[in-house]
Design a protein around this ligand. Structure first.
Ligand SMILES: [Zn+2]
Length: 134
């Protein structure tokens, strides 16, 4: 069984797909995955979630872990001002790491909240960027 099933809308940029695959594989090797995770990259400005609009989200679908990312949010967040690619990359990576950290809490049976989450996110991003030479 593959650790990840990744789907993307056709408009999603290639580099966003590559970043997602690279980070997913880094997470698999360095943190660990106990389930098959479905990742959906949407060419949308936001996602509708149970708690409102979000740029990214972790949740269960039919009991299976899923991560959604609204990739266009990163380009258009500031009233039509297109961000540069480095800014967009950093923000997408931050959201990916955030949602993977939610998965990690869930898989460990920890409470579903943000306690300790940001520290793990920062640490994962540092290690991932170092491994990428970025
Ligand atoms: Zn969160």
């Amino acid at each position: 069984m593959r650790a990840f099933r990744t789907y993307h809308d056709p408009e999603v940029a290639l580099w966003v797909k590559h970043l997602t695959v690279d980070f997913s594989n880094w997470f698999l090797e360095n943190v660990g995955v106990d389930h098959q995770i479905t990742i959906r990259l949407r060419a949308a400005g936001s996602l509708k979630t149970s708690t409102g609009l979000a740029a990214a989200c972790f949740g269960l679908r039919n009991g299976k872990p899923c991560i959604w990312v609204a990739t266009w949010w990163y380009y258009w967040r500031e009233e039509g001002k297109v961000k540069n690619r480095q800014e967009a990359r950093d923000e997408i990576l931050d959201s990916l790491a955030h949602e993977f950290a939610h998965y990690d809490k869930w898989r460990r049976g920890a409470a579903r909240n943000h306690r300790g989450l940001q520290r793990q996110v920062d640490s994962m991003i540092r290690q991932f960027n170092y491994a990428q030479g970025a």
